[in-house]
Design a protein around this ligand. Structure first.
Ligand code: GH3
Ligand code: MG
Ligand code: MG
Ligand code: MG
Ligand code: MG
Length: 310
């Protein structure tokens, strides 16, 4: 392949190896009623180290998509159960272009626009050249990686990797729309005397403390949304819990964190946080929920810190 292209430069080989390495992380679903056609696409993909799963029609494809994670879907047009465009319509109800790229394949030129109009990212006309196939797949993957990076920059906190304030708020807003009758609890956590931690151990150690706290929160609250909403302030959104249940959960984390000795910048640091929990049922007003949880958190501060109040 490399020799044929006559581009046997060091840089080119490095790029190729990087791509092959990257491809190992991606699963591709190949949908075609013809086993021969499936095999042809599968072989090309496997030669570039993608993990390939086959489906012989739309129904089988939907089953695969429901049970596993895919980066790319390549589908034929003419199939006995449903055609490729109808399959795409169905898939796009759940999986957007940012998370799944779709390529339509057909011998008929007139279906290319149809494929793209209904949600495919790209189209290849059969028979295609392997080189074109690889180029298109590669640019789709690159676009998807870029999208993912942009999504992360827009929604996650740079220092700790938890949700940023904007993303937490939008998740809470979605939840408020969905959860008719189902309650939600919001906890506001604020690290105690964090300014003096910075003063005593340095700003870098302070940053590490924030990372350690975020890690602990993420690990202990996997089912819930954890966000960094201020400098040393975190919020936790807990749908479906009563205030009492949420209190017990955050109280257990408070006990754990206040007894931990963090090793940051070769210094042993002990910390604690104060938290306020607020419970909301119907008609969740997000700003009000935040304000109330904040108020309860300040009561915990006034009561002496290292305390969770409901
Ligand atoms: P309290 O117990 O009342 O919450 O006291 P506190 O010192 O934690 O609260 P205060 O609001 O006075 O200070 C918060 C400090 O957090 C001040 C600021 O320098 C620090 N801070 C904010 N963001 C960051 C950050 O990203 N990294 C580090 N290292 N420090 C930060
Ligand atoms: Mg077919
Ligand atoms: Mg604060
Ligand atoms: Mg503080
Ligand atoms: Mg303060």
């Amino acid at each position: 392949y490399v020799f044929k292209e006559n581009r046997f430069s060091y840089q080119y080989v490095v790029q190729l190896v990087q791509r092959l390495h990257r491809n190992q992380n991606y699963r591709v679903l190949v949908v075609d009623d013809s086993q021969v056609a499936r095999k042809q696409v599968k072989d090309l993909l496997e030669r570039h180290l993608f993990e390939v799963v086959e489906a012989d029609g739309a129904a089988a494809a939907m089953v695969q998509l429901a049970t596993g994670e895919f980066t790319l879907l390549i589908t034929d047009y003419e199939m006995p159960d449903t055609n490729g465009v109808e399959l795409i319509c169905q898939v796009r109800e759940q999986l957007k272009k940012e998370t799944l790229s779709i390529v339509g394949l057909s011998g008929q030129e007139e279906v290319s626009a149809k494929f793209i109009k209904y949600g495919a990212n790209d189209f290849l006309r059969k028979p295609f050249f392997a080189e074109e196939f690889y180029c298109r797949i590669n640019s789709l993957i690159e676009a998807q990686e870029l999208n993912q990076k942009l999504w992360q920059r827009a929604n996650l906190d740079y220092l700790t990797g938890v949700a940023n304030r904007r993303y937490l708020m939008s998740q809470l807003a979605d939840l408020a729309l969905q959860s008719k009758g189902q309650g939600v609890c919001l906890a506001m956590l604020d690290i105690d005397h964090f300014k003096s931690i910075n003063d005593r151990y340095g700003h870098q150690a302070g940053d590490q403390v924030l990372q350690e706290v975020a890690k602990e929160l993420k690990q202990s609250l996997k089912r819930f949304i954890v966000g960094r909403v201020g400098g040393e302030e975190f919020a936790v959104v807990m749908p479906g819990l009563t205030g009492e249940q949420a209190w017990r959960l955050i109280e257990a984390i408070r006990r754990k964190i206040s007894s931990m000795v963090l090793n940051c910048q070769d210094q042993q640091i002990q910390i604690s946080f104060s938290a306020g929990i607020c419970e909301a049922n119907d008609n969740i007003e997000i700003d009000e929920l935040f304000a109330r949880a904040d108020e309860v958190m300040y009561q915990a501060k006034e009561a002496g810190r290292n305390l969770v109040l409901l």
